[in-house]
Design a protein around this ligand. Structure first.
Ligand SMILES: NC(=O)c1ccc[n+]([C@@H]2O[C@H](COP(=O)([O-])OP(=O)(O)OC[C@H]3O[C@@H](n4cnc5c(N)ncnc54)[C@H](OP(=O)(O)O)[C@@H]3O)[C@@H](O)[C@H]2O)c1
Length: 178
């Protein structure tokens, strides 16, 4: 069981622009069956955790596209807001990170936990020693400002790298504070 921050990022380390837009991301060519692809990743995931802004983005995105919440695994959303659940298996929480992580690990039943983002929440997990890997699809785009990938001084160890379409893909082990 591994807790993995699996995400796309810009080359200058942003998950989204200042308006939470991912328009820069969806235009990038990607081979769906290529290195470090999402389908292979999600097969081994048994639980998800994310922050409120990421959840709100998903709510808005699904409303825009008319799609539905299709995740069949439990998902914890860290927030102080009053959200409505748009799918099964959603839990909104303000509990301490280690408590929620333990619940997610138990629910994952031996599979991995996906830290969806954002970057500060991923870093909170790392500060508790509860983030094992960061897997990045790095888009050939810079934004100059936006939602940061990992707003801490931290050491990582490069374990694997490859190319998928326009993306540089890299898997890092999370070492510890710089
Ligand atoms: N590029 C990608 O593949 C990718 C991946 C993930 C996310 N994204 C995007 O990147 C952006 C991320 O936004 P973000 O960095 O603002 O992060 P976020 O983690 O999604 O949301 C931050 C919010 O989470 C809540 N939160 C965080 N830690 C908490 C804790 N310990 N306890 C309770 N609540 C906590 C707070 O919500 P409250 O305001 O309710 O207190 C905080 O304001 C979003 O636009 C998202 O869609 C992109």
């Amino acid at each position: 069981m591994t807790t993995i921050f699996y995400t796309a990022t810009t080359l200058d380390g942003f998950l989204a622009d200042e308006q939470d837009s991912l328009e820069w991301l969806f235009v990038q060519p990607q081979d769906e069956g290529g290195p470090m692809n999402y389908e292979d990743f999600i097969k081994d995931v048994g639980a998800m955790v994310m922050g409120a802004t990421t959840y709100q983005w998903l709510v808005d995105h699904l409303a825009r596209t008319g799609e539905r919440w299709t995740y069949e695994i439990p998902c914890w959303v860290f927030t102080h807001r009053d959200f409505e659940a748009i799918g099964e298996g959603l839990t909104f929480t303000q509990a301490p990170v280690p408590e929620v992580h333990a619940e997610a690990v138990a629910a994952a039943g031996g599979r991995n936990v996906w830290m969806v983002g954002g970057g500060d929440l991923a870093a909170q997990f790392a500060e508790h020693g509860l983030l094992d890997e960061i897997v990045l699809s790095i888009a050939p785009v810079t934004l100059g400002a936006g939602r940061p990938l990992f707003p801490r001084r931290w050491n990582l160890e490069l374990k694997e790298l490859d190319r998928n379409g326009a993306f540089l893909c890299a898997r890092y082990a999370v070492s510890g504070p710089l």
